[in-house]
Ligand binder design. Structure first.
Ligand SMILES: Cc1cc2nc3c(=O)[nH]c(=O)nc-3n(C[C@H](O)[C@H](O)[C@H](O)COP(=O)(O)O)c2cc1C
Ligand SMILES: CC(C)CC(=O)C(=O)O
Length: 342
């Protein structure tokens, strides 16, 4: 089943307002579409008779082994798709040897996600909260749950304007952002334009987890992130959900990879749908990619087995594409494999 068949199935099963939230985009959806279109425009140039033999797609990222350079991107509210929510996604991640980045806006608390999927490698995504004491306690919960990295999202100084959200504002009865529990209540997520690079040093004091900056689109910002001690970068435009008309992530990737120069791992998300997209991103300088909506559609269409299928299919497609390209492994992927559009 392809991701678009999953989406059709999700549309049949889910509340239309929730489908619209998952699918949602900022403005006119120019960036949303550009992410996928940019991958489609790139062409692969396979090499032949390389005697490559059987290949291995496994690698290690920030000390964490992963079966393929494909991670689960952080996405909010998995219980809108399936009653087990993030528990199901994490079990599927464990079953496929995939690193899952759990959203701060998960509908299962990070401790419960970890307990439900003991074999999973979890990273935790954070929106820094203006109450830094509360931020510290959220980070502490992620650390106590065994998360292996902190992914700090920096492309949301305010919420994206999503005209087509069709009225989705509040979670249904019984669903909450469990990581924001505070005493008897649950605090709202606060976005703030007041954060600066200096906040990285504050986070560094709060945790021993490696810190990854998510939402970088410029080489100079990537360099600043490295200079301020980031351990990794995610080239991301939030799946086209924040500022419309920013470029497709794969278009800005080569410049960012060059600016980072291998100092820290560079990940990319936005529009990755097939194994061939993974090859293209790696060829243009990414160490790994992350997928957002396909995981949500797989979860809605088929629960935990649905997500397992999405993740294992991506890995199979990657292996197939690499074999077809004459690669012996991930190290064999270079820019020569991709022909950019004229
Ligand atoms: C429904 C939905 C919820 C999201 N929630 C978060 C979130 O809580 N934190 C975050 O950093 N990014 C969030 N994102 C952005 C994803 O991490 C990722 O950048 C994006 O989905 C990648 O694009 P793709 O969906 O085309 O794969 C969300 C994306 C979607 C579609
Ligand atoms: C709860 C939201 C802030 C999650 C998000 O980042 C998104 O919907 O894109």
């Amino acid at each position: 089943m392809s991701w678009s068949a999953d989406r059709a199935e999700a549309e049949a099963r889910m509340d239309p307002a929730h489908v619209a939230y998952y699918a949602g985009w900022a403005g006119d959806g120019i960036t949303l579409r550009a992410n996928e279109e940019a991958f489609r425009r790139l062409r692969l140039l396979p090499r032949v008779l390389r005697g490559a033999g059987k290949l291995d797609t496994g690698m290690t990222l920030l000390g964490c082994p992963t079966a393929a350079p494909v991670l689960v991107a952080p996405t909010a509210f998995h219980r809108l798709a399936d009653p087990e929510g993030e528990r199901a996604t994490a079990r599927a991640a464990a079953a496929t040897g995939t690193i899952m980045i759990v959203s701060m806006a998960s509908t299962v608390g990070i401790g419960d996600v970890a307990a439900a999927a003991p074999g999973a490698t979890l990273w935790f995504q954070l929106y820094i909260q203006p109450d830094l004491g509360f931020t510290r306690s959220i980070v502490g919960r992620a650390e106590a749950a065994g998360c292996r990295a902190l992914v700090v999202t920096v492309d949301a100084p305010v919420r994206g304007r999503r005209d087509d959200d069709r009225g989705f504002t509040d979670l249904p009865e019984g669903l909450h952002c469990e990581n924001l529990r505070d005493g008897d209540g649950v605090r709202p997520i606060v976005m703030s334009p007041a954060f600066g690079w200096e906040h990285l040093a504050l986070l560094r004091e709060m945790t021993t987890m490696p810190i990854v900056i998510k939402g970088v689109l410029r080489p100079d910002d990537a360099r600043l992130a490295v200079d301020h001690g980031a351990d990794g970068i995610v080239v991301s435009n939030h799946g086209g959900r924040q500022l419309d008309t920013v470029p497709a992530t794969v278009e800005v990737l080569p410049g960012i990879a060059q600016a980072v120069g291998g100092a820290v791992p560079v990940l990319l998300d936005g529009g990755v749908r097939r194994g061939t997209d993974v090859v293209k991103a790696l060829a243009l300088g990414a160490d790994a990619v992350a997928v957002g909506r396909p995981v949500l559609w797989g979860l809605a269409a088929g629960g935990e087995p649905g997500v397992t299928r999405v993740l294992s299919t991506l890995r199979d497609e990657l292996e197939y594409a690499l074999t077809m390209c004459g690669c012996a492994g991930l190290d064999d992927i270079g820019p020569d494999l991709v022909r950019r559009p004229c």
